[in-house]
Design a protein around this ligand. Structure first.
Ligand code: ATP
Length: 260
């Protein structure tokens, strides 16, 4: 089982994408073809290369070899800071939030920075009205309106994750990368976050690539799932296909069941 589509014409494609750390092959010749509007989960055991794959797709790390395509354009060598202008965004991590700024300001600053291409301190102080309505709309979409004036550092863990997604949305992406969006959340908060991701996919037509460990979530929300093992793609398919795949059962799902 593999991607049928051509990476070069997919919403997000990779071809022969590899990342080596000295002798460690963290990502090994990965081909992906994520179609427009698809929600694709990336799963695999610890150390399978999921985070490194994200890092080379966003160019947080330069790949050792291979190519990355966005809507048919080869963006392999486009630096990370230019990726938002191509329509690729990754949710901001808690340590990337402006801790002392309000939730609204965090989103507003990113929206304006994405529109202008550069960050300016004039956005604070007198520039506060700039893009405030847009930021409020985004906060309503992610369910953070009531915390608009709260400093980011005072948000709960789950709300900080939500703010990280809101900031990614503020760059108006067509492809959104989410790295374990429900990690550290209880069942109720996880469910809300999954519903948020689905609504972003449906309402904004986003293509979503999501690393997620919770198999119940993965099987219920994904259009397709790619299983990584030791840096390589073991299988790609629908949730039903992946559950029925013997290689996946042996390498991954079986292991998970034994652990439980
Ligand atoms: N900066 C680095 N330097 C050296 N080795 C690294 C580096 N980053 C990752 N690795 C190695 O690359 C391999 C893949 O790691 P990666 O973190 O991408 O896996 P993962 O699937 O995201 O794991 P997890 O589910 O535990 O987060 C591992 O063997 C890891 O030790």
């Amino acid at each position: 089982m593999s991607d049928d589509a051509d990476p070069r014409s997919a919403a997000l494609g990779t071809e022969g994408l590899s990342k080596h750390f000295g002798g460690i092959v963290a990502v090994d010749e990965v081909d992906l073809a994520v179609e427009s509007g698809e929600l694709r989960a990336i799963i695999g055991p610890n150390g399978a290369g999921k985070t490194t794959l994200f890092n080379v797709v966003t160019h947080a790390l330069a790949p050792t070899s291979g190519s990355v395509y966005l809507d048919g354009e080869d963006v392999t060598d486009v630096p990370q800071e230019r990726r938002p202008h191509l329509g690729l965004a990754r949710s901001f991590q808690s340590n990337e939030l402006f801790a002392e700024l309000s939730v609204l300001e965090n989103v507003r600053v990113i929206a304006q920075t994405a529109a202008d291409g550069t960050f300016s301190f004039s956005l604070l102080g007198d520039g506060r009205a700039v893009r405030a309505d847009e930021a409020r709309d985004i906060l309503a979409r992610v369910g953070l309106s009531e915390h608009a004036e709260t400093e980011a550092k005072n948000l709960s863990h789950g709300d900080q994750r939500r703010l990280g997604i809101a900031m990614a949305i503020a760059t108006e992406p067509s492809v959104l990368l989410l790295d374990e969006p429900t990690s550290g959340m209880g069942p109720g908060e996880s469910r809300e976050t999954v519903e948020l991701v689905q609504s972003l996919q449906d309402d904004l037509g986003l293509t979503v690539l999501m690393i997620e460990h919770d198999m119940e979530i993965v099987l219920s929300v994904s259009d397709r799932i790619t299983v990584l093992n030791r840096g390589s793609v073991l299988a790609t398919g629908t949730p039903d296909e992946i559950q029925g795949d013997d290689d996946v059962q042996d390498a991954y799902l079986g292991g998970v069941r034994e652990e439980l």
